[in-house]
Write a protein that binds this ligand. Structure first.
Ligand code: FES
Ligand SMILES: [Fe+2]
Length: 321
């Protein structure tokens, strides 16, 4: 994991008012709920009393109540009521405080700050997430690898002709030119596939390649955007569950007709296609050893792996910082 980052960890539509949602993230049991104003909150899902999961409890007046003995915590993780002590209790409950996590919600995505320090910046997001002209459909799936493997797969341009030979990789374009990798800013890298059928030509170096209109952009620590056309874009975020599991969340955005109901239908169909492609990736990536990637690992990379190398280098730098 990279410390001191905002991670996209949950789709907003999963967090309804009044109903806590338990989720393993960063290897920890967390619970999400909405306070009385509807703002998302996140605290440890282990009750300070005797360890029951708060996710099985309920939310009342913006506080989360443990299902075991009814102890209540507010959105800051502060214990506000212990039923057995009575409503009139004057006891100091501060030793019952739960660890709480800073939360932001942008464009239907809930972000959690993972790190020791307090957040000193906002989550780095794609403009499309808050652009009302687009409509999207959301789908997600759990993979048995660390999130770094899922990210690298989404930056991998030379697997298309093999893993996706029946879908987005049709045409036997096995030879990979470049690929070019550009840093749009300190936190954002962009690349695009530039593959051809192998007729004996040599792959061009990345310096002779360009980023095409259909391209991939990645923002640390865990968001990705496939710009297909101006009207169709696919957003993904790679949710770290633990060191061997992650959730890939995929959103098909479009503004093809500009009519919301029609675009919604198109997005729904786009999601079905996303799922087919995603399953093709999952089948192979889950077999990779080891289950997470790092700079010093013993893989023999090729020129086509340049985006992956760039991802690893910057990740290692951020981990060190
Ligand atoms: S374990 Fe939560 S109230 Fe007792
Ligand atoms: Fe793929």
């Amino acid at each position: 994991m990279i410390q001191n980052q905002w991670y996209a960890v949950l789709s907003s539509h999963k967090l309804k008012p009044g109903k806590p949602v338990g989720a393993k993230r960063f290897g920890m049991k967390l619970v999400f709920f909405r306070d009385e104003h509807g703002a998302a909150a996140c605290v440890s899902d282990i009750c300070a009393h005797r360890g029951a999961s708060l996710a099985g409890g309920c939310v009342s007046n913006g506080n989360i109540r443990c299902p075991f003995h009814g102890i209540e915590y507010d959105a800051e993780g502060k214990c506000v009521h212990i039923p057995s002590e009575g409503k009139a209790s004057k006891i100091d409950f501060s030793r019952f405080r739960l660890k709480r996590y800073s939360v932001k919600e942008i464009g239907g995505v809930i972000f959690v700050w993972y790190g020791e320090a307090e957040p000193e910046r906002e989550p780095d997001v794609f403009g499309i997430m808050t652009d009302p002209s687009y409509t999207y459909d959301h789908t997600e799936d759990c993979w048995n690898v660390q999130y770094s493997r899922v990210i690298e797969n989404q930056l991998d341009v030379s697997h298309l002709a093999f893993v996706h030979r029946t879908t987005i990789g049709r045409g036997n374009k096995t030879l990979a030119h470049g690929p070019k990798v550009e840093w749009l800013d300190d936190n954002t890298l962009q690349t695009s596939a530039n593959n051809e059928v192998d007729i004996g030509q040599s792959p061009r170096p990345s310096s002779e390649c360009v980023i095409k209109d259909t391209n991939l952009t990645f923002k640390y620590p865990n968001m990705w955007l496939n710009h297909v056309t101006d009207k169709i874009q696919i957003l993904a975020f790679f949710i770290p569950v633990d060191e061997e599991h992650s959730i890939i969340a995929l959103r098909f955005y479009n503004r093809i007709t500009g009519v919301k109901a029609v675009d919604k239908m198109i997005a729904w169909m786009g999601s079905r296609a996303n799922r087919i492609v995603e399953k093709q990736d999952k089948r192979v990536v889950e077999t990779q050893e080891p289950k997470k990637s790092s700079m010093g690992m013993r893989e023999k990379l090729v020129a086509a792996d340049r985006p992956i190398m760039e991802y690893r280098k910057k990740r290692a730098k951020l981990q060190k910082e």
